[in-house]
Design a protein around this ligand. Structure first.
Ligand SMILES: Cc1cc2nc3c(=O)[nH]c(=O)nc-3n(C[C@H](O)[C@H](O)[C@H](O)COP(=O)(O)OP(=O)(O)OC[C@H]3O[C@@H](n4cnc5c(N)ncnc54)[C@H](O)[C@@H]3O)c2cc1C
Length: 511
């Protein structure tokens, strides 16, 4: 171990040409990178962390994220990510949920499974709960509603799953963990240090260095035994694809997979609503609850805010080969009723529910779904370069027609059950061909799948330990490794995988 290293350094202070030496080099100080660095504190390993930004947002660095996008509408690439210490957790909403266990298995007609059993991930999820500041592994709505004294709609559990998301404060990783990393004597963070190229050894099979640059034109490199790219779901493939000095197609891209299978969680905010009698108790669905979240063997209950969601049940999803989707339920909107008259007139709905229109409430649904991984949905590079001389990323986001059909089918299942349970009627937007939704799909700033995980190098970029196939010492952290997504927001799983990768690195180094 180095005798004494400055713990938060600034790459702007380097003169240029330096070769910095470490045991582990982590590029990117977002949710994934910070989690790995924290787990290596006290390990005796010299860790260098490279972060593109400083401790605050600055526009010049943020502009490195600009790039075009085509296909379905995403939030602009330099808006939906933040490029400074803490990464996009500087503005995440903190919605957390484990990926549904079924998603890890092969689902014919939907997606290939993960090469990891969910039970293997369970202990790391447990760590991730603490890192993200949420309660234990409890995501079913029924016991939580009971403890909160709230009432659930009587939906048939064989048809509809009633679940919860847990809400992190939200933990801003940069602020929350900066002191701990600053206090560590084996971790040095270089702010304003950008990885621009992954350089391989002459013989190949190993990374020799991360080539780095600052926006002031200083160039240096980091040499380490192990390297981790933790740059987010678009920048991980961008840096690999841009590393063409030795491999023309980019590093890790022997099978033309880097950047492919880009996935988002398609979100639809205004395409469906529940029309109910005003007397229907929707308060738990609208406001959630603050409860002590527990699981059987956990020590202390953790007070956590939850919000519920309804979803076609796992049983139905498996039987009908449907993608996973879930809906949260938004506040009653008095104006919405008159706006939904394309399908039903308010008086027709009123007579269905035996109510006058003034007695009706309209709850807008927000839908979050997964998508089938598609090879042609992808991140590529443009000819235009950024201020560091790196080609910019272009994202072309596609979803399959079957995903749209599944969205409609999901609503039919939910709507039938909502009507059967006498909660109300479900309204959804359809186009002239009966397709749902006609428009209004947008992304959730969840960028996944672009360095997907598989045991087979012809089907995935990284293996089950997130190591790039064909390279002994290069690892990828973040949602780019997800081979399929489920409907849960990604960060809890990103953090669980990061804890697992840190444990793996410690073990590898030990011997
Ligand atoms: C508005 C918004 C709301 C969200 N809400 C939720 C939510 O409720 N729940 C949820 O689960 N997720 C949410 N997310 C997504 C969440 O923010 C991400 O999943 C998470 O931050 C990803 O972590 P990461 O470490 O992989 O990447 P990031 O957090 O993006 O970190 C990547 C880091 O790498 C650095 N970097 C980039 N390029 C380089 C380079 N070349 N060299 C060196 N460093 C570099 C960046 O500066 C950054 O610090 C939200 C995102 C947005 C934008």
């Amino acid at each position: 171990m180095l005798a004494s290293m400055p713990v938060i350094a600034d790459a702007h202070d380097l003169v240029g040409g330096e070769v910095l030496i470490a045991d582990v080099c982590i590029a990117g100080a977002g949710a994934a990178g910070i989690t790995i660095a924290r787990d290596l504190v006290g390990s005796g390993l010299r860790v260098i962390m490279l972060e593109s930004g400083g401790l605050e947002r600055d526009e010049e660095t943020q502009a490195l994220y600009q790039g075009p996008h085509t296909g379905l509408p995403l939030q602009p690439l330099d808006f939906c990510r933040l490029r400074y210490f803490g990464g996009s957790t500087n503005h995440w909403s903190g919605i957390c949920r484990r990926i549904e266990p079924e998603v890890f298995a092969d689902r014919p007609g939907v997606a290939e499974g993960w090469p990891i059993d969910p039970n293997v991930l369970a202990p790391y999820y447990r760590l991730a709960h603490a890192t993200c500041g949420i309660g234990a592994n409890e995501f079913e709505a029924a016991p939580i509603a009971e403890r909160a004294g709230a009432s659930l709609w009587p939906l048939d559990p064989t048809r509809v799953d009633q679940v919860v998301y847990q809400l992190s404060a939200p933990v801003r990783f940069g602020e929350a963990y900066r002191q701990e990393l600053s206090d560590a004597d084996n971790v040095t963070i270089y702010l304003h240090g950008n990885v621009t190229q992954v350089t391989l050894t002459e013989a190949g099979g190993r990374v020799q260095a991360f080539a780095c640059a600052t926006l002031r034109g200083t160039r240096f490199e980091v040499q380490a035994d192990h390297y981790v790219l933790a740059l987010g779901g678009i920048e991980n493939p961008r840096v690999l694809l841009a590393s063409t000095e030795q491999e023309r197609a980019g590093v890790g891209n022997a099978h033309d997979l880097v950047g492919r299978y880009f996935m988002e969680h398609p979100h639809v905010y205004a395409g469906a609503a529940i029309i109910a009698h005003r007397a229907v108790d929707a308060s738990f669905y609208l406001h959630g609850a603050a409860v002590d979240v527990v699981d059987g063997d956990d020590q202390a209950p953790v007070p956590t805010r939850v919000i519920p969601a309804i979803a076609p049940s796992a049983v139905v999803r498996a039987r009908e080969s449907l993608i996973a989707l879930a809906c949260t339920i938004g506040a009653s909107n008095p104006r919405a009723l008159s706006e939904l008259t394309d399908t039903f007139r308010p008086d027709q709905i009123g007579s269905l529910l035996r109510a006058g229109t003034e007695d009706l409430a309209v709850f807008m649904l927000t839908v979050r779904t997964e998508q089938r991984p598609l090879r042609e949905s992808r991140v590529t590079l443009t000819a235009e370069r950024d201020a560091l001389g790196m080609p910019r990323a272009r994202v072309d986001w596609r979803v399959a027609d079957e995903d749209r059909a599944d969205l409609r089918r999901g609503f039919e299942i939910l709507g039938a059950e909502i009507a059967r349970a006498r909660v109300g009627r479900l309204w959804m937007a359809v186009d002239g061909n009966g397709r749902y939704p006609t428009d209004g799909i947008t992304g959730g700033c969840h960028h996944m799948g672009t360095t997907r995980m598989s045991d087979d190098p012809e089907r995935g970029v990284v293996d089950a330990h997130c190591r790039v196939h064909g390279l002994e010492n290069l690892f990828v952290a973040g949602s780019s490794v997800f081979p399929s997504a489920g409907f849960a927001n990604p960060t809890l799983t990103i953090v669980a995988l990061a804890h697992r990768l840190a444990a793996h690195l410690r073990q590898r180094v030990k011997g």
